[in-house]
Design a protein around this ligand. Sequence first.
Ligand SMILES: [Zn+2]
Length: 120
Amino acid sequence: MGLYKEIMEAAEIVRKDDNLDLYKKLLDLSSQALDMQEEISRLREDNRELKKKKDISEKIVRHKLPYVTLEDDSDDLYYCSHCWDSEQILIQLNCANNGCFNCPHCHARGVYDAEKFYDA
Ligand SMILES: [Zn+2]
């Protein structure tokens, strides 16, 4: 809030000096300063999200079957490749014992383990 506060302090000095035009201009500038601060906050949040997606993207491991996993994932979780490719979101697949999966988000279905699927 530094810029906004500084402008408002300058506006108060000008108001006491009865310079109405300059006072109005400073009020307008203070409004623009608030808009800029909101935009900076929004851009910082966007940047944080992009960095997060980039970090995840670098850990994505592709497979011949339609799912993705994460490098160094000690839990060996399976994620929907369709959701990742279309929306860059990780949706954990519901994996059945017969080797099939379904995605709770896009409802894609497929096989995550061919051996289990053919043995079933
Ligand atoms: Zn999906």
